[in-house]
Design a protein around this ligand. Structure first.
Ligand SMILES: [Zn+2]
Length: 572
């Protein structure tokens, strides 16, 4: 069904919304927002003294063991997938979870807690475009046919049954091949086909999650925090404070709609390679800061399926951050507020913070080609006034000289206009011309047109939910694949990301390779037959590296506990 109305506002919503848990939810929110906002520029050292350099010691054996373990289970799982008849998977509910028709009404919320992504029905309904609006989509007719199919329950069922990487998703959230509370106490939230929003779902294993997804066929599902208790048991706890969020990945959300005032190629939900460069720049800046300033290692970037990207910082120390520290990190990275505010967005103190000096170095490389040439943001007279307004207010002579020069050559491209600023300034006859203030203003302009625009609400709260990697965007049919930023950030093409329909075709078209003499026939999982293969392999290696670090930290702590006792003994 079209995602054109948020559940809260939908009069004809087939499932009545009862907000029994509203108060509990509001309490949780209130609790999490009482702390004072800390100094934005100095969160890192004491609060986020992250990475233990000892933890980088490589133990090949561990990796190999994890890989073997993981391979064994995934092969078993792949076979299990193939052998599960559709009808059985669709109708049999796991005993631990509630059957679809018996969903408790109090489980259904009329409030979307996850407003991070207005590609979907949320409280930001006013900004949203209907997914099927033809001007937002490719005009290719086969694409349109595909889009109708993307919401087809059978297409989705096949995807979740045969292609979705359940095992790796489990290992990613569980941090170990065997089930722990990191997975079991983790909240999942489902957006059902009727737009009902089902929160506080939890599962002991990946298979139970998979079965419930196949049973409920949500249009997407989101991942929330790990709680102190099983989210399904939250009402049986005597003390309501016994149920609180414990940990979650630190997340970031970048969306191209926040660039609508500076991108000229597209607007709203549509994107192209040109404006995707803003996302590429943003990923570079944020990823670099998270690694260099905060010491995080396990950062996964995921395409949001249409016009943005999410970051999941998975390091154990990132997951344990409380709201105050999350707000501090978000504040550190936030220089430009997204949205439609008019006027100058950047006015930075000098000397620039080292994070901004470094970001400027990264962004300068993109400014000429990706902004001035590709976007040509100041071509028209209206647009050029925006540029002139960003020049120092005390240099009226320069501004009027530029305005006169450009009046005689309409449609002068932005690259030349940018160069004109220096040329005209050099010939300026003004006394005491302040070259420093002009340089500062030009740096501010570069940052205004390139610096990441973050939706920091996503980053600030431990209990914020974010769409899971590898779900399918219902509007585009594209899979929310991870982006290998180390190897192929520049080469990532959001429009080339496989759609659920193309993947299912690829499974059908796949041909078994010929078996040479003496070779055993290998089992090939369905995802290996498709262009999802590279993305899942990348995800698998990311998850293995994370699990390896977690295991080493655990082993190290256990050793320290044993050794620590001995050490104390030595002092006697
Ligand atoms: Zn574009």
């Amino acid at each position: 069904m079209p995602h054109s109305e948020s559940p809260a506002e939908s009069d004809d919503s087939p499932i009545p919304m009862i907000d029994v848990d509203q108060q509990q939810q509001e309490d949780a929110v209130a609790e999490s927002t009482t702390a004072d906002v800390p100094e934005p520029q100095e969160p890192a050292d004491e609060d986020v003294d992250m990475v233990d350099s000892n933890a980088t010691t490589h133990t090949h054996a561990t990796t190999q063991a994890l890989e073997a373990e993981s391979r064994a289970v995934s092969q078993a799982e792949a076979q299990d997938h193939q052998e599960t008849p559709v009808s059985e998977a669709a109708t049999s509910a796991p005993s631990e979870s509630k059957p679809a028709t018996g969903v408790k009404l109090e489980e259904l919320f009329d409030e979307m807690d996850s407003d991070e992504d207005d590609e979907f029905p949320t409280t930001k309904a006013a900004k949203r475009e209907p997914a099927s609006s033809p001007d937002l989509l490719s005009s290719q007719s086969d694409m349109e046919i595909d889009l109708h199919e993307a919401s087809d329950p059978e297409v989705m069922r096949t995807f979740y049954q045969r292609l979705f990487p359940w095992r790796y998703l489990f290992q990613w959230l569980n941090h170990s091949p065997t089930p722990t509370n990191d997975f079991g106490h983790r909240e999942f939230a489902f957006t059902l086909q009727n737009d009902a929003y089902l929160r506080y779902q939890s599962f002991a294993t990946s298979d139970l999650l998979r079965k419930d997804v196949l049973r409920l066929m949500p249009s997407r599902f989101e991942i929330g925090p790990v709680y102190t208790a099983n989210p399904r048991d939250r009402k049986t706890l005597r003390n309501s404070s016994a149920f609180r969020p414990l940990s979650k990945e630190l997340c970031f959300d970048i969306d191209l709609t926040d660039y609508d005032d500076i991108r000229t190629c597209c607007a709203k939900a549509s994107i192209c390679q040109k404006c995707w460069q803003f996302i590429t720049m943003a990923i570079k800046v944020v990823d670099t800061a998270l690694r260099e300033d905060f010491g995080f290692k396990h950062i996964m970037w995921v395409y949001s399926g249409r016009r943005g990207a999410h970051a999941w910082v998975c390091d154990k120390k990132a997951r344990a951050l409380d709201d105050q520290k999350r707000r501090a990190i978000a504040g550190y990275l936030e220089v430009i507020r997204g949205g439609a505010q008019s006027g100058k967005k950047v006015n930075l103190r000098r000397p620039l913070h080292p994070h901004l000096v470094r970001s400027l170095d990264i962004l300068k490389q993109h400014f000429q080609a990706d902004v001035l040439e590709a976007q040509d943001p100041w071509r028209t007279e209206d647009q050029q006034e925006k540029l002139l307004a960003l020049l120092p207010s005390d240099q009226k002579q320069l501004v009027s000289a530029l305005r006169n020069k450009w009046a005689s050559s309409p449609d002068r491209p932005s690259t030349l206009k940018w160069a004109d600023i220096d040329t005209v300034a050099k010939t300026s006859t003004a006394k005491n011309f302040d070259t420093k203030s002009l340089l500062d203003a030009k740096q501010d302009i570069v940052l205004e047109y390139t610096y990441p625009r973050l939706d920091i609400e996503v980053s600030k709260k431990l209990n914020h939910l974010l769409k899971s990697p590898f779900v399918v965007h219902p509007g585009t049919g594209r899979v929310c694949v991870p982006i290998d930023v180390k190897r192929n950030l520049e080469g990532f093409d959001p429009l080339g990301v496989p759609t659920v329909q193309s993947l299912i075709r690829e499974i059908d078209e796949w041909k078994k390779p010929e078996i040479k003499n003496g070779e055993d026939e290998k089992h090939t999982a369905d995802w290996e037959k498709t262009s999802l293969k590279g993305y899942i392999e990348f995800f698998r290696s990311f998850v293995l590296a994370l699990m390896k670090d977690e295991r080493e930290v655990k082993v190290k702590r256990e050793r320290e506990e044993e050794g620590g006792g001995g050490g104390e003994g030595m002092e006697f």
